[in-house]
Every structure is written in C-alpha cells, then in structure tokens.
Ligand binder design. Structure first.
Ligand code: ADP
Ligand code: GLC
Length: 486
C-alpha cells in the first residue's frame, strides 16, 4: 500500500472547469479502492467548502504572511480524505478557480498557486506532525508545478509524479514574480524554472518530477514533437525515458445511461430503443422539430481553438444543409460564442447553441445525440468521446491524442470484427469534418448496422481498472527506487 498525496487545482464535484476536474474526482477514489492510501489536496474555494460535509481544522499557519488553514473533509460520495488549503485571501472569491466572473485570469494567480504548492510541500514532508507522510506526491498540471521543483531540494523526500493534462496551459509569469515570491535562486536556470527569461510553473513539474505521465499514449508521443510540444518538446525529449502515457478512465457510476438521474429515459445495451426518447425530450425542450428519425449531433465543449471550433464554424454552411440537428453546449472565447449564436439565429430549426456551463444538460445532450462532434486540433485524452461511447453516441473525431487511442474508425474491416465505434477525420479540415458527418449519416440510414456500432461503443471498457494498475506499478517502482539506499 502506498501513501499518495494527489494534488489538483480542481476535482468534481467540488470544483470543475474541464476534464482535470473529472479525473481528480474519480482517480483518487479508484486508487483508494485498490488499497492505496490516497489523499486529495485542493484549494479551499468557496464551492469546495460549501459542498463538503464535516470540516476539521488540522493546521493553522501562514504563507507569504497570509493566514492559512488545512481543513480535513471527505470527497462527497467517497471515503477519500480531502485536505483543503484554506487561504481566504487567495481563494475566497466569486468567480472560477483561475478566472474572475468576467473570465479574466486572476491577477495574482502566481501567488495563489505558489501558496498552494508551498503548503503541498510542507504537508509532503509532514512538517505539521500530522503523522502521515506520503510515499508519492502526484501533481497535476501547471498549478502544482512548483511542488516537484521545491521538493527536489530535500534529500529525504517523497517520490514525485507530474501528470500533464494539457501542455497548452503552462503558468508563465514575469521573472519579477519569481523574485517577489522569494523562490530558491537555485531553481532559476534554463534547466529549471526559467523559460526564455520568464518564470514557468509547468517546467517545475516537467524538469524535476521523478516520473512524468500524460493522459494518453498517443499524446505522450505527440508532445515530443515541436508541433504539439508548445515549446517544451526539447525538455520533454530529454526526459523521454521517464515519460509515459496512461489513458484516463471515467467515473462509470456518474456516466451511466442505465442509472443517470438527469435523463428523461434511462437505457442500456438491452433497452437501446429508449435512447431516442431522450432525443425527443430534448427536441421539445429546445423547441426543435420533433422526430426520432432526425439525426442529432451534439457537442459539449470549452469553446476554444483546441477543440476545433474553427473548422466547425467553417463547415456550418454545409453541415446545416444536411438533414440533421446540431446542439452545442459550451462557454469560452467570446468570438466563438458570438459566431455560433449568430448561426443559430439564422437556422433555428437546425442549430441550437447553449452558451453556459451546465452539468445536467451535458448528460442530457450525450444521451439525446446520435453522434458527437470532437474535431480537436490536439486532445491529450478527451473525456467527452468516452462519455459518448458509453451513451451509444458515436464520436466523430480527429486522429490525435486520446481520440486516436479510443475511437475506432468505421470501415469494412472494423465493421466485420465489431470494433468500429465512431468516425475518424482523415485530416484536420472542414471538408474532412463534413465528409465524416456524411459517412455517419449514410450509416445512420442503416439501422441494424448503426445499432451494432452503438453496441460496440457501449461495450468499450473505459473504467479506471487498467489505468489504476499502471499508476500503482509506477508508484511501486518509484518507492522501491527512492527507498533504495544504494
Ligand atoms: P477538456 O478538459 O479539454 O475541457 P475533456 O473532454 O477532457 O476536455 O473534459 C471536458 C469535461 O468538461 C467533460 O466532463 C465535459 O462534459 C465538461 N464540460 C465542458 N464544457 C461544458 C459545459 N459547457 N457544460 C457542462 N459540462 C462541460
Ligand atoms: C485536459 C485535456 C483533455 C483531458 C483532460 C483530463 O483538459 O484537454 O484532453 O481529457 O485534461 O485529463
């Protein structure tokens, strides 16, 4: 049994802006079930405080002269112990974990996450006498990047793992901020936290962690190339022997069409006909023409370039000329929100655009749609295609990252061997997207075949089962290695 401190800036259901929240809310409970003594460390945002039950103050201290407490609670619905870093000056605000209510980055994000990292380091070294010292500190994304860097300065320290969920977000700040945060000068060099004269949080994770993982095997290979490396491919290549890709799993209780409380009609592989009642329910709710045979495409997404919004917009004139309905749920870049909304006003019977973050609608749309659009430029793992597969909603995806690792293109051979479960674009372009949707529509017209594709999709194992085993093996190797006096 390993003691694992799992550190994340979000975790469902306490706080979530995207897939990291889903992973940090479901991997720790899955590890706990496999007898790992895992604790989750999160900033005490107002939602995290209000959505948790009993609170117990374990530590009262300060960081950068600001009062900080460590509050112990549990992740709702699980036995996972959560430690909340309660620094009201940093986290007690209205708005999101990274941005204010208008969507602008918090001006003091470097300080906010430096506090988080310092507390993580002190807890990792059991500085407060909590009688719990992790064997492994598992960090996620740039907000936790200083932890491996700071821990590297201690001889007797836990092992560190850094998981990259998205290399496009790096936590880059001015050098002056590095100085103002009084971080150890020995970390400031090109193989350390310096990045072209600036201060990089994510480099702390990539340069100093004992092991680096990312969230799919394909993305682990892609980020070694300049095209996907976001300026860090050189550093990643230098660490290639310590880098591996471990595919995300999903919370199979939360994303299960057979028990999903948000659905108008629950269904499973044996009652797949009920799926279409979710479509008619949504059509009525959204004031779209109602009909079970009208194919519906769905999209639930951060509206950012990564997700291929450019090609979606370019292909709209052709897509909306097809006999389909398209429903998009998302928030993000103002220009995408505006353009999509304009198109939906022009085509009210074909396109519905819901601007906002709506967990319930996300479930309903996954269940209602016949196929799901995810033409990402890059996709470290992607969870929505996994939810789609589970809901018998066939994903239409680009051949990148986790999409390439989970979606099997429908061609004669994969139809014959019952592995086909979606549609893969042959290149990243509007015409390839239109072509893939046309292919999907042609097969939608063959109900027996379509049903088989849905069954293939729903039969895919997206549980954490095999990935937790990979993580445990990784932890095990590290702990053995670090404990080895030689
Ligand atoms: P990413 O983390 O890059 O945003 P993922 O596919 O890994 O992409 O995960 C996205 C998660 O966020 C999914 O759980 C998805 O349902 C959810 N999500 C994204 N946008 C919205 C939204 N507007 N409303 C509700 N859920 C959303
Ligand atoms: C990131 C990636 C997404 C991945 C998620 C969880 O946000 O963009 O592909 O699924 O993290 O790992």
């Amino acid at each position: 049994m390993n003691k694992v401190l799992y550190i994340s800036s979000e975790a469902y259901p306490l706080v979530k802006t995207g897939g990291l929240g889903d992973v940090a809310g479901s991997l720790p409970p899955a590890l706990l079930k496999k007898s790992q003594d895992v604790r989750l460390l999160l900033p005490a945002y107002p939602d995290a405080l209000s959505k948790t039950g009993r609170h117990r103050v374990r530590v009262s201290t300060s960081c950068y002269k600001l009062p900080v407490k460590i509050i112990e609670t549990r992740l709702p619905g699980t036995k996972v112990i959560v430690w909340l870093v309660d620094c009201p000056a940093a986290y007690n605000r209205r708005g999101g974990p990274y941005t204010d209510e208008r969507g602008y980055e918090w001006h003091d994000n470097a300080l906010r996450f430096a506090i988080f990292c310092h507390l993580a380091v002190r807890l990792s070294l059991d500085r407060y006498g909590l009688q719990w010292r992790p064997d492994v500190v598992h960090c996620n994304d740039w907000q936790t990047g200083l932890v491996p860097a700071l821990l590297s300065l201690y001889q007797n320290r836990p092992a560190t793992v850094f998981t990259i969920h998205n290399l496009a977000y790096q936590g880059i700040f001015d050098q002056k901020i590095f100085a103002a945060l009084k971080l150890p000068a020995e970390l400031w060099h090109i193989d350390g936290l310096e990045y072209y004269g600036q201060f990089s949080f994510i480099k702390g994770g990539i340069a100093y962690a004992d092991k680096i993982t990312t969230v799919s095997p394909s993305y682990a290979r892609e980020i070694l190339q300049p095209e996907y490396g976001y300026g860090l491919d050189g550093l990643l290549r230098s660490r290639a022997k310590d880098l591996s890709g471990i595919l995300n799993g999903i919370d199979e209780k939360l994303w299960n069409p057979g028990t999903d409380p948000y659905l108008a009609k629950k269904y499973n592989r044996r009652s797949l006909n009920n799926k279409m009642l979710n479509k008619t329910y949504l059509q009525k709710a959204l004031k779209l023409p109602v009909g079970t045979s009208i194919p519906m495409a769905g999209m639930v997404s951060r509206l950012v370039q990564q997700k291929g919004l450019d090609i979606v917009l370019q292909s709209l004139p052709d897509l909306l000329a097809l006999p389909i309905q398209l429903v998009v749920l998302g928030t993000g870049d103002a220009r995408y929100e505006k353009e999509l909304s304009e198109w939906s006003r022009k085509y009210p019977d074909r396109l519905k655009v819901i601007i906002g973050y709506d967990e319930v609608m996300a479930h309903r749309l996954e269940a209602a749609s016949d196929f799901y659009l995810m033409p990402s430029y890059f996709e470290p793992c992607g969870l929505n295609q996994l939810y789609s597969l589970r809901y018998g909603t066939l994903p239409v995806v680009t051949h990148v990252g986790g999409l390439a690792d989970t979606v099997v293109n429908t061609v004669q051979q994969t139809i014959d061997d019952n592995t086909a479960n979606g549609f893969v674009l042959h290149e990243h372009s509007a015409s390839a997207l239109i072509n893939a949707v046309q292919r999907a529509l042609a097969l939608y017209g063959k109900p027996k075949l379509w049903r088989q594709l849905q069954l293939n999709a729903m039969g895919r194992d997206s549980s954490w089962q095999s990935s937790t085993e990979h993580f445990i093996k990784l932890y095990q190797n590290l702990v053995g290695h670090i404990d080895d006096p030689g």
